[in-house]
Design a protein around this ligand. Structure first.
Ligand SMILES: [Zn+2]
Length: 290
């Protein structure tokens, strides 16, 4: 028998939730069905995340009818756990320090950094820590919507597990937290598909279970570009919860909830047993109207 469904939604409290984050929140919440969807706060970057943003995010989720179990992990409080994981990781893959700047790394198609820091012995106090992807196996992910995806670590940039300021990265933290919380299903936007390769490679290297993946289509502008900042930063408003939830369900090609439903939680309860990810299978973008 397979394990009971455990999913999660992991917002970053560096601003307000917007329509794109609502789509991910709704998709992950509905997909849990009779299982559970946990809430995890991805506040690793303490320079961008703020407690008042976090309170606003929690309030918004609540007014949109998205209720979660009370135990909420904050990644900012788990540095010691991530540090221990880096030590374990070092036993099975090559780790090296890299002092390349963002500008130096902006060139495409480089599997490592431009200076090939693997052989340079960079100063650890001013360098990020990378896992040498040459020591990792090729990865195949069967995404529930997008199908079979193959990733060759040699074509990917070596993954950073700890930034030069000492902050552990999302790629590492999410892998550790998913395993510790028994997450069976990761449901998130297709913009995160490339990072799935690193995460599965890290899961394999650490001997952790690999969850199922479902990448939801992401909202794009009419010309196909990423959601414009103006739309990304437009905060969700509780007064708009019903029309915006209905809009998200239409984007995901789900059944239209009856017009008589007049609360957000009632709408989500109605939708839960009807949720059908096959309706958007194979689609990685939703193009907004101008
Ligand atoms: Zn480098």
């Amino acid at each position: 028998m397979s394990a009971p469904y455990v999913g999660r939604f992991a917002p970053t409290p560096s601003g307000s939730l917007h329509l794109g984050s609502l789509l991910a929140a709704v998709g992950s919440w509905l997909d849990a069905g009779d299982g559970v969807c946990l809430l995890r706060i991805d506040d690793l970057d303490t320079t961008r995340c703020r407690p008042d943003y976090e309170r606003a995010v929690l309030r918004t989720l609540d007014t949109f009818g998205l209720r979660y179990p009370e135990t909420v992990i904050r990644q900012s409080a788990r540095t010691a756990t991530y540090a221990a994981a880096v030590t374990r990781l070092g036993a099975s893959v090559g780790l090296f320090h890299c002092d390349c700047t963002r500008r130096e790394l902006s060139g495409e198609g480089e599997s490592c950094c431009l200076k090939d820091c693997r052989d340079r012995r960079c100063d650890p106090t001013t360098s990020s820590l990378r896992a040498d992807l040459r020591t990792l196996s090729p990865v195949t992910v069967i995404d529930r919507s997008l199908g079979e995806r193959h990733f060759d670590p040699l074509t990917q940039r070596d993954v950073i597990v700890r930034r030069r300021d000492g902050v552990h990265t999302y790629a590492l933290a999410t892998v550790i937290d998913d395993a510790e919380q028994g997450v069976t299903d990761v449901v998130r936007g297709a913009d995160l598909l490339p990072s799935t390769a690193w995460q599965v490679a890290l899961q394999q290297a650490l001997g952790l279970p690999i969850p199922r993946y479902l990448h939801l289509p992401v909202l794009v502008e009419p010309d196909g570009s990423k959601l414009a900042k103006s739309r990304r930063s437009a905060a969700l408003e509780s007064a708009q919860s019903l029309p915006q939830l209905r809009q998200v369900l239409r984007w995901l090609a789900q059944d239209e909830p009856p017009a008589a439903i007049d609360t957000a939680s009632e709408l989500l309860s109605w939708m839960k047993p009807r949720w059908d990810p096959a309706r958007f299978a194979g689609s990685s973008v939703i193009t907004l109207e101008a």
